[in-house]
Design a protein around this ligand. Structure first.
Ligand SMILES: CC(C)(COP(=O)(O)OP(=O)(O)OC[C@H]1O[C@@H](n2cnc3c(N)ncnc32)[C@H](O)[C@@H]1OP(=O)(O)O)[C@@H](O)C(=O)NCCC(=O)NCCS
Length: 160
């Protein structure tokens, strides 16, 4: 990477994904299997982080994974992934998952924040572009991301 660190905006890497829930995605209780959704979340976050860093990435931490409401077979699932904070080699990505009605109305069913690290050719952590928030919401997310990072670092220093 050059002396002057590159920067990108959250919109440069924002990514969307859609699914229709099939029988193979549901659990014995007729709801979307949480593990299936977690896999979709992880993949979407990885694509966002790849687009931001232009590197291969690996997930190192799931900061939040909140299931707010169920989804059921034949539901349309709409997901958004967006960068919220960039460290030196790590990136925080927020993934929001919605059930989309046939009318187009969306209900939020899951919110997750994941930390991914960019890897170089030797699979060592490598510097990523900085993140410049543009909108008020992106600035709030960036500030919250900085607070979550400080908490994570504190927890890591106290760790088992
Ligand atoms: C990700 C990994 C390469 C980081 O290696 P490391 O030796 O901890 O590297 P560093 O200490 O230089 O940390 C690199 C970055 O990751 C962050 N990080 C490392 N461990 C972390 C943790 N537990 N939680 C949050 N962030 C973490 C560091 O803060 C640092 O971020 P920064 O550069 O923005 O400050 C290594 O932990 C790894 O390979 N983990 C397994 C990942 C994996 O296999 N995921 C898929 C699971 S199936």
């Amino acid at each position: 990477m050059s002396e002057e660190r590159r920067v990108k905006h959250p919109s440069d890497s924002a990514t969307e994904q859609v699914h229709i829930i099939t029988q193979s995605d549901i659990n014995g209780f007729d709801r979307l299997f949480g593990g299936a959704l977690m896999s979709w979340i992880d993949i979407l976050a990885a694509v966002v982080a790849r687009r931001h860093s232009e590197r291969n990435v690996t997930t190192v931490f799931v900061d939040t994974l909140e299931f707010r409401a169920p989804a059921r077979v034949n539901d349309t699932v709409y997901m958004t992934g967006k960068m919220t904070y960039a460290g030196r080699t790590s990136m925080e990505v927020c993934v929001r998952t919605f059930v989309e009605e046939l009318s187009g109305e969306r209900k939020l069913i899951n919110v997750a924040y994941l930390i991914l690290v960019a890897l170089d050719e030797k699979e060592e952590p490598t510097e990523v572009p900085g993140l410049i928030p543009v909108t008020e919401e992106e600035l709030e997310e960036w500030n919250a991301g900085a607070r979550r990072r400080a908490l994570r670092n504190q927890r890591r220093s106290e760790k088992f």
